[in-house]
Design a protein around this ligand. Structure first.
Ligand SMILES: Cc1ncc(COP(=O)(O)O)c(C=O)c1O
Length: 393
């Protein structure tokens, strides 16, 4: 059958029709254990009754108005996010790339206010910040950028997790206004930054008057076992961007500001038609409440530990496995060979996973995953990886 959907994804040959908890069913009735959660989106799982009820109730009351008027749920959500993060203000949009666009504009405005005509933002190798033209320029993937040049100026790329390289590069450039990074790179292969690096980068920003900007689009909203990944470190950023898990699948993104970035945007500087609408904000508020009431931060930490430990034990004798790493329920298993084929193999075995950077199996299951379900996930995955590794590389 010819599809009229633009061919931008190499899709798996299934169409999912419904879900419950951590389980999904396709149109043929096959059941899958979801270890991907729509790429870190469905933290509270599929069909959570409280989320469904909140969305249905809000849809009946008010779906959309405009940011020209006050939006009560947007106010409430901003209060909740600031209380959880230590940030001051929130701009709402509808995706991670848009949240990072706001961060990039904030950094540039910060620079212009200091009299820097061509502000430069430091970004990292293998970073992922989105697919709009500016966020693509910030993203450290030649593959993603190919065919879309010229890239906008104003970004300086340095190796990730290398404080000496960061200091050296920054000493050479008087136009730097901000550092943008993930504390745990997701698309980049599940790499956790070291404590000395994150805290050193924050201190460097503070000393130089640069914005310390963290992309928590994938690592935020409880995924790593704390509300935000940076809360594993002793830092308070100037800008934090969010999306993915915030609305449990109802599109919403956010750029939160504090410190040097607080109060930079004034009316007319930035905006969004859909951003922070009543429906998306209600979904996000309910998501946060469910996470609190069901103890999902602790669960993410515990289940993550369980999965990494169990996989480590079951795959200890498989030489192809190079590393098992991550924080909370953001887990990577690095193999010594390209392993994209594992996605299809796992699908046939009723398990939804992802592979990033060609050779890293990525697990981002719903944060509601139970110990029994985590056990099931590990059993299925270990068997698949073992069999894959035993075939010639
Ligand atoms: C860290 C990070 N930032 C930004 C994005 C882009 O988010 P979106 O696809 O919602 O634009 C992603 C998406 O994978 C991401 O992982």
């Amino acid at each position: 059958m010819t599809s009229h959907v633009m061919n931008t994804y190499a899709r798996q040959p299934v169409t999912l029709s419904h879900g419950k908890g951590v389980w999904l069913w396709d149109e043929d009735g096959n059941r899958y254990l979801d270890a991907l959660a729509g790429i870190a989106v469905n933290g509270v799982g599929h069909g959570h009754p409280r989320l469904v009820a909140a969305i249905a109730d809000q849809a009946a009351r008010l779906i959309h108005t405009s940011n020209i008027y006050g939006i009560r749920h947007q106010e409430t959500l901003a209060d909740r996010l600031c209380a959880l993060s230590g940030m001051n203000e929130v701009f709402f949009c509808s995706s991670g790339a848009e949240a990072n666009e706001a961060a990039i504009k904030l950094a540039r405005m910060h620079g212009h206010q200091k009299g820097i005509a061509c502000p430069t933002i430091i970004v990292m190798e293998h970073a992922w910040h989105g697919r709009t033209i500016a966020t693509l320029a910030a993203t450290g993937s030649a593959k993603a950028q190919a065919g879309f040049g010229p890239m906008p100026e104003g970004f300086l790329r340095v190796p990730y997790n290398d404080l000496a390289a960061l200091e050296a590069a920054t000493n050479a450039n008087p136009d730097i206004v901000a550092v943008l990074m993930e504390v745990l790179q997701g698309e980049g292969g599940i790499h956790v930054a070291g404590k000395a690096y994150v805290e050193g980068a924050a201190a460097l920003c503070r000393d130089r008057g640069w914005l310390f900007m963290l992309d928590e689009v994938q690592s935020g909203i409880g995924r790593t076992g704390t509300w935000f990944g940076y809360q594993h470190f002793n830092v308070q950023p100037d800008v934090v961007t969010l999306a993915k898990g915030l609305g449990s699948g109802v599109p919403i993104g956010a750029a939160m500001t504090a410190g040097l970035a607080a109060g930079l945007f004034k009316p007319g500087n930035h905006g969004s038609t859909f951003g922070g609408g009543p429906l998306a904000c209600r979904a996000a508020i309910e998501t946060l409440s469910i996470m609190e009431d069901e103890g999902l931060l602790a669960n993410a930490a515990e289940r993550g530990e369980q999965i990494r430990t169990a996989l480590g034990a079951m795959l200890a004798d498989v030489n192809a496995v190079q590393a098992i790493r991550g924080m909370g329920l953001m887990i990577g298993i690095e193999l010594d060979r390209p392993c994209g084929a594992l996605v299809g193999i796992a699908l046939k075995a009723g398990l939804l996973i992802n592979v990033t950077r060609d050779n890293v199996v990525r697990l981002l299951p719903p944060l509601i995953l139970s110990a029994t379900e985590a056990h099931e996930l590990v059993a299925r995955l270990a068997q698949i990886i073992r069999a894959f590794a035993s075939t010639p590389a």
